[in-house]
Design a protein around this ligand. Structure first.
Ligand SMILES: *Cc1c(COP(=O)(O)O)cnc(C)c1O
Length: 388
């Protein structure tokens, strides 16, 4: 007695949203397929760790945005940074990182790579062709971030790449600030573009994800192998959320960029503010480079207050109602974070000896964001002699 398939199950199903394929195990049709499963990499499916069709769909979307042939999505932006460095260096190699690198990359380089015998060199964050003075015969890789984390210096990516290419030095760039909507690193000769998809791609402060994109198949193979060896899985559910985030990415980016410029211009004129660190402003020393290379300004910038006591800073932060206090950025809700002066003073090439405040502008009404900051800065000024 054969059971017939119910009619509705025989119908084709199509939807506008991607399917979520969850898997640890992937099953094979035959003994031969199973034994040869490794040959399915770097694109195919052999075990859940290196992805399912949901992961591949996200990788394809991100590769399109980056103008890349290949992309690997991993569990976080930090995982993407490690995947873009660790497979490519060995003991005795020299790796250059920016003095304003993302903190997690700095820690990985100084605390882990150095212990494994890799020499770490630190270059000033606003460098250009002078990078050549930091290059050694054993320099294997230059890690670039533009602009610098928190302090927002603009390196000259073109000039750095020219030096690296002439010496066959590998380059990776953390492009999270600009996103591929404002800067496409591979088109500027960078070998690997890293994005913390946690930020703009996810866009709603509710997932962690990273992506490394490249045009070089050999690098892609090594990235996929690193994903398997280090165990940098990205969950299919989170890939789905990132795909959903990307549906509105361009709109969010445009709106947030506009509002961010407005807030930054307003802050620049405020008597309580010493300096706004944001290359899209004409007052920024990196403005010409930003204008030459970048087509957008994004949602993240920093500023330095006129000097004041810690109590005054606490009063500013604690009076805010629309801004939430927290790290990370790129979501729909505006955030503010505090980085004490000690962080800058501990740097090799400190851009300031003052504390830095960083804001991420979300999608709230921009006038209410400005009113919130205005109220906070009034609380600050009330406790500061420097402003009266
Ligand atoms: C947040 C961030 C990262 C790390 O991303 P996570 O997903 O939080 O690990 C890396 N680089 C930059 C520039 C970032 O802002």
């Amino acid at each position: 007695m054969e059971k017939s398939v119910p009619a509705h199950l025989a119908q084709p199903f199509r939807s506008l949203s991607p399917g979520v394929f969850r898997a640890s195990t992937i099953v094979f049709d035959s003994y031969e397929d199973f034994v040869g499963r490794k040959s399915r990499q770097p694109d195919g499916y052999s075990y859940g760790l290196t992805g399912t069709p949901t992961n591949r769909e996200l990788e394809t979307r991100i590769a399109d945005l980056e103008g890349a042939r290949h992309c690997v999505v991993v569990s976080s932006g930090q995982a993407a940074l490690i995947a873009s460095v660790l497979p490519f260096v060995k003991a005795g190699d020299h790796v250059l990182i920016s003095d304003a690198s993302y903190g997690g990359l700095k820690a990985f380089a100084h605390d882990w790579l150095a212990r494994l015998g890799v020499q770490i060199g630190v270059y000033p964050a606003d460098i250009g062709s002078q990078i050549v003075e930091w290059v050694q015969p054993n320099t294997r890789m230059i890690c670039i971030e533009s602009p610098g984390t928190i302090s927002m210096e603009m390196p000259d990516v073109r000039a750095i790449v020219a030096v690296a290419r002439a010496r066959k030095i590998l380059t990776m760039m953390d492009n999270t600030w600009a996103s591929p909507l404002a800067f496409r690193p591979l088109e500027h000769g960078i070998d690997m573009s890293v994005e913390a998809a946690t930020k703009f791609f996810g866009g709603h402060s509710d997932l962690l994800m990273g992506a490394v994109s490249t045009n070089d198949f050999a690098l892609y193979e090594q990235l996929r192998e690193a994903q398997a060896t280090i165990g940098l899985a990205a969950s299919a559910d989170d890939c789905f959320l990132a795909l959903r985030g990307l549906e509105t990415f361009r709109l969010r980016f445009e709106q947030q960029s506009r509002d961010t410029l407005q807030v930054a211009h307003w802050l620049e004129r405020h008597p309580g503010v010493d300096r706004v660190l944001f290359a899209p402003l004409e007052s920024h020393p990196g403005h010409a480079i930003w204008k030459r290379d970048f087509s957008g300004s994004g949602c993240l910038f920093s500023f330095i207050l006129k000097p004041g006591p810690e109590d005054a800073i606490a009063a500013l932060f604690n009076s805010l109602k629309t801004f939430s206090i927290g790290a990370s950025w790129g979501g729909t809700r505006s955030l503010i974070a505090f980085y004490p002066a000690s962080i800058q003073r501990a740097r090799k090439f400190p851009p300031t000896d003052q504390a830095i405040i960083r804001v991420s502008i979300g999608l709230e009404d921009v006038e209410s964001l400005i009113a919130d900051l205005d109220h906070g800065l009034t609380q600050y000024a009330a406790q500061c002699e420097s402003i009266r």
